[in-house]
Design a protein around this ligand. Sequence first.
Ligand code: NAG
Ligand code: NAG
Ligand code: NAG
Length: 482
Amino acid sequence: MNNILFLVLMIFKFSDDVQGEKILAIIPSPFYSHQATFRPLWRELSRRGHEITLITTDLMEENENITQIDYSKTYEILEKHQFKEFFVKGYSVSDIFVKVFEIMDDLMDYQLTHPDLVRLIKNRKKFDLLMVEMLMPHFPILSVTFDCPFIGLTTMDALPHVHEMIGNAMHPAIYPFADFGFQQPMSFWERLMSTTYISVTYLMKTLIFQSLLSKYLEKYIAKDLPDLDEVQKNASLLFYNANPLFFPVRPINPISVNLGGGLHLTDPQDLPKDIQTYLDEAKDGCIYFSFGSTVNSNYLSQETLEIFRKTFQELAPLKVLWKFENDTMPNKPENVHLRKWLPQQDILRHPNVKAFITQGGLQSMEEAIDSAVPMLGMPFYGDQINNVKKMVDKGFGLKLEVKTMDSNSLKNSILELLNNPKYKKNIDRLSAISKDQPMRPLEKAVWWIEYVLRHKTTEHLRSPSADIPLYQYFFLDILAFS
Ligand SMILES: *[C@@H]1O[C@H](CO)[C@@H](O)[C@H](O)[C@H]1NC(C)=O
Ligand SMILES: *[C@@H]1O[C@H](CO)[C@@H](O)[C@H](O)[C@H]1NC(C)=O
Ligand SMILES: *[C@@H]1O[C@H](CO)[C@@H](O)[C@H](O)[C@H]1NC(C)=O
């Protein structure tokens, strides 16, 4: 009797299990942090025996269950068009248009005709699921090509039109474009600006951008493809990463899964021996300094580098561990250690690391919050400005502008962070809150992925708000009538 029960249970278990499913994952945007965010997910899916084909601009380590398609040339294309300089140095609207069209031409020509992608399509490779970054709206079309459900992914909060497609709240008076950094209560002019911005980008996306992308898709992928909006609306799930510390909390429907940041956080690993020794010996504390992967010292003038050098020297015996593009530097102070690459998460976990000088990238900040290290933010562009503003508002960090700082202000900021206990106290509290969750973001993501693999659809969870037109959602017709 027991044996039969056992058998029945086994059958149930196996019929529920999803194993060896084939997943096509596409992260086409050439930012190391976008790639790194999702790597723990690919590793975990691989560990669970799924077979992954990963299209990526930054190859990860080899793995028997992950076939990687190398899109690294995307970096060369952006470099050719001086994309980063363009971002860092600021831009005008007309510049953007010209630039975007030029870049798109080269980018689509490269990414959509990549021989490995063409081979997948031609051989009609079978996939059970597509997982695709939702920054540009064209890659979800491959869910039609491969006839499989898809999950949209974003490394931070999703763009307003992505929330809108899924049927999430996206009211511009409550959820302004994050980079504006508007705080509630928003003034009339802020609400006007937010609404105008979201409307204009919405129109540009619908009228210009999508029709342009459709042309590339028709040229390179297939004729007679469905409308891009319709395809995107078909997303089975949206994974987005909006840590409530950085983004306003949003009512969402069940097919939106907020991983809340922290997906990329790994379990502690051993530090390289020499770094471990260096930090162990830093009895007077150590500052960890990294501007991440996008800002390198090309953006720092000789004078700025000199300010860092001089100030760090004055702060001895405090030590500084600096992620710098060269392992050496002329006149490097004794108490400064340079490295081209450093295992950031594990360094931040070391108890002697007392402060972190950062450009304010989201992933870096999440790592520092996880390890409860106060920060000195020096933002350059994009979301960094707003992230650093949050760091100051919530009292776990200070801000300095690289352009205006001098040796005095740098030194004073560092000493304030180290000597005033309020920063450490605040970040300890936020760290505890952000870790206190029913399940880890990685477990949550895997559970939902396998849910889609089991049921092939999430139609039953879909909100009617995804399907009503915007004028009805904002009851413009009702207002006009009354
Ligand atoms: C690959 O999948 C198999 C199961 O099919 C599993 O036993 C193995 O551990 C996986 N490999 C990795 C590197 O995760
Ligand atoms: C949306 O998904 C359904 C069910 O998987 C499919 O039949 C339909 O063709 C898809 N539509 C588009 C535009 O992708
Ligand atoms: C880094 O090293 C290279 C040569 O090794 C040198 O050309 C470059 O100027 C150095 N950069 C900085 C910022 O010191």
